[in-house]
Structure formats: C-alpha cells, structure tokens
Design a protein around this ligand. Structure first.
Ligand code: PHE
Length: 437
C-alpha cells in the first residue's frame, strides 16, 4: 500500500472515523448499565466532568501525537521521544495500548455478538407481545448458551477482520460516513418513544439528579475509566487514527465535535432506556443485560416494531464494528510497519481476540476482569502518560505548532489542563480508589 492510502480523504472522514471508534457499545450498552449500577445522577455528573476536564484535552493530545509521529502508536512514541531526547521507554504507552486493545476486543466482541443475536431475534418477531420477565429470561438463556455466543462472537470477529484487512480509508472510512447519522436518528426516535410511553420523569430524574451520598472512590474511578473507554482514549486508537489525518487543520474543534457526538449518544441512550426501566418495574442496576431487556420492550409496542428493532440492533452492531476495528488497528499498523502484510497482521490479531473472547464466554470472571482492568486501570494510565509526555517532554514550541489552536488563550488553557489538571486528577482518583487519600 502506498502512503496516500493511509490518509483519510478529508478532515470530515477523520471525524466520522474517530466518532465511529468512540460511539459504540460503550455508549449504548455500557453507559446506561454502569450508570444504573453506580446510582444515577452523581455518577453521570462525575463522568461528564471527566469527559470535559480529562477526556477532551487528552484526546487532543492523542490526535496530535499521532499526527506528529505519523506512525503506529509504538513507533510514533519512539520517534517523538527520540526527537525530544527522552527515554525510548515512552514507547511502552504504545505497547500497553496494543495490549489493551486486544483485551478490550475479547469481551467487546462477545457483547457485540449478543447484539447480532438480537438483530436476528427482532427480525423473526421473537419478542412480539412478550413481557419484561420473558425478555429477561431470554437474555439469561443467551448468556448461558456457550455455543450460540461462540457463533455470534466468531461472526463479529470475522466482520472486524474483514474491514481492517480492507484498509483504512476504504474499509473504515467508507463504512462510517452514512451509518453514524442513521444511528443518531434512531436514538432520537427511541427517546421520543420513552417520552410518550415510558416514565420519562423518573428516568430523567434518575440520570440528572445527583445524590452525592452515592459517590465512593470506586464510583469516581469507574466514571473516569468510562470517560476513557467511551472516547477510545489511552490505548492508541485515536493516535493511530490521528496519524492518518491530513496535516494542518485545527485539532481542538475537531475533537470537541467528536466528544459532543459521543456524549450525546450516551445521554440519549440513557434517556431512552431508563424511562422504560421505571415504567416496567425493572431494576436500573440490573447489570449488563439492561439494554438487551429494555429496548425490545420499547420496540414491542412501537408501530413496525420488528423492523425498527431489527434496524436498531443492526446499527448497534455496526457501531460496535466501527469501534472494534479501532481496537486492532494500532497493532495491525505496528505489524505492518514491521513488514508483515496487512492481511496476515489482521488475521493474527483477530485470532488472538477471538481466543480471548472464547475465554470470556466460558468464564464470566475473565470477562469481568478484562473489562475492569482495561477501563479502570490501563486506559487512564495510558492517558496519564500521554498527558505528561505532551505537557512536559515534547518541546513546547513543537506542541504549539502541532496542536494548532487559533486562539492563544485556548492554547494556554489546554496546556495547563494537560500539564496539571488532567495528570493530577487521574493520580488523585487512583489514590482515592486505593484508599490512600
Ligand atoms: N469507545 C468504544 C465504545 O464506547 C470502545 C473503545 C475503547 C474503542 C477503546 C476503541 C478503544 O464502544
């Protein structure tokens, strides 16, 4: 492949690809269920603060490092640290990112497999006229049926490998341009349903009325971890996408747009799901099955519910796909750089992810472990190092040129966050969750 194949067609395609990476199961499946588990409003508030004060500034750094390094995350970090006369050990950020990507892919593709099963079940009218409890039972059956999960998980990994093998601009860029806007529209229809048919007041109050007595060190760590997870930060996905971004152009506004889309989809998912939870006497803290139990209920009573349910779960699967491809792209880009053809690199990593997913299906504890360690430890740690590297290691002039803020004031604010606020916030949250402070 020539070098130009490795650039997005335009800034807009970069925005769509990064949004495709960010928007996924994290928004529609994970955000509502962890919000339910961690008590609602206060969790949401801390999560939003983490997005604003840590996530967005770190995302700007990550895009910048990628575009400046113009390589995969490992080699970009190596190159930039050499240019700054710093330790080559900074490439560990990239190495841990490749590893985290594989670990996330393992459980992510299992959940995406559930979504695929729901496409199929909605299309065949399986949920028609069925009560909440029956849908709960169905979810329970699916998650204890090893072979059915394995089949869908395999299908999903194969789809991921297919898109990645097709290459960045053609495979990834083309897929996201139209699908993301469609998902947005369907989410709005679901929220409209929740307004008319669900207990919207209760749902909105749960999401937006903070009860600070529910905040513990653990809750804050999970909110921080989710901010990283949902924006695809701290593991090189955004860095490698940034490396395909045409030079010039303002990183600040680009990133703001991506974060806005991502947050909007998560909040819309919450506003669609919780009103249905409360009007059906379901539990907000029901766990990973939350979306899979509530939304079929909504589609049940909507006109053309089968069709809408089918389209919705198909779009969730596609949103998951546009995220999962970015989970292996850092590793694939690195292998490709070391002369292993894209197809072989993709297959090797996809197989590894497949094996990890098979383990998750067999052992629920592996699933929980991978989810916890990646989101709450590896990604924030990666983000911490990215912030320190940008703020204290790279030369300030270089940083200023690369990031390209138009306003000097904005640049100052961002730099101050990257140097002090974000690192201190992450360290304090880690320390607090360990009971050290
Ligand atoms: N951001 C994706 C989501 O919310 C998950 C993801 C995490 C993708 C890290 C890439 C890297 O679904």
């Amino acid at each position: 492949m020539t070098k130009t194949n490795h650039l997005w067609k335009s800034r807009w395609t970069f925005i769509m690809a990064a949004t495709g990476s960010a928007v996924g199961l994290g928004n529609i499946w994970k955000f509502p269920y962890i919000t339910g588990e961690y008590g609602g409003g206060a969790f949401v508030l801390v999560y939003l603060a983490c997005i604003l004060l840590v996530g967005i500034p770190v995302m700007m750094s990550e895009v910048m490092l990628g575009r400046a390094g113009r390589s995969d995350p490992i080699d970009s970090m190596l190159k930039l640290s050499r240019q700054s006369a710093a330790s080559p050990g900074w490439s560990l950020v990239g190495i841990s990112g490749v590893l985290a990507g594989m670990m996330i892919l393992a459980f992510y593709s299992v959940v995406a497999g559930w979504a695929l099963e729901y496409v199929w079940q909605s299309a065949s009218g399986h949920y028609n006229g069925v009560e909440a409890s029956a849908i709960e039972n169905h979810f329970g059956e699916l998650t204890s049926d090893i072979s059915r999960q394995l089949i869908w998980h395999t299908v999903f990994i194969a789809l991921t490998a297919g898109v990645v093998a097709a290459g960045v601009s053609k495979g990834i860029g083309a897929a996201v341009d139209t699908l993301m806007p469609t998902l947005f529209i369907l989410m709005i229809i679901l929220v409209a349903y929740a307004i008319f048919e669900g207990d919207f007041a209760a749902g909105a109050a749960f999401l937006f009325t903070p009860d600070f007595s529910k905040l513990s060190g653990e809750t804050i760590l999970v909110a921080l971890g989710h901010a990283f997870f949902t924006l695809s930060l701290g593991m090189g996905a955004i860095m490698v996408y940034g490396s395909y971004m045409p030079s010039g152009g303002n990183i600040g506004t680009t990133v703001l747009l991506i974060a806005f889309f991502d947050t909007a989809i998560a909040l819309l998912a919450g506003l669609a799901i919780f009103p249905i939870v409360f009007s059906n006497g379901l539990q907000p803290g029901a766990g990973p099955g939350l979306m899979f139990v509530t939304l079929p209920l909504a589609f049940n009573s909507l006109p053309a519910g089968n069709l809408m349910g089918t389209i919705f779960f198909a779009l969730v699967s596609i949103a998951a796909l546009s995220s999962s491809i970015s989970l292996i792209e850092p590793g694939v880009a690195w292998l490709e750089k070391h002369r292993i053809p894209r197809l072989a690199s993709t297959l090797a990593l996809a197989l590894t992810g497949w094996a990890g997913g098979a383990l998750c299906i067999h052992y629920g504890s592996v699933f929980d472990f991978l989810d916890y360690v990646t989101a709450n430890i590896m990604l924030p740690l990666g983000g911490l190092l990215i912030a320190i590297f940008t703020g204290w290691i790279l030369s300030p002039d270089r940083v200023k040129n690369e990031i390209g803020f138009k306003s000097f004031r904005m640049h100052k604010i961002w730099l101050w966050i990257i140097r002090v606020v974000a690192p201190a916030g992450i360290v304090l949250i880690f320390a607090n969750s360990l009971g050290l402070i």
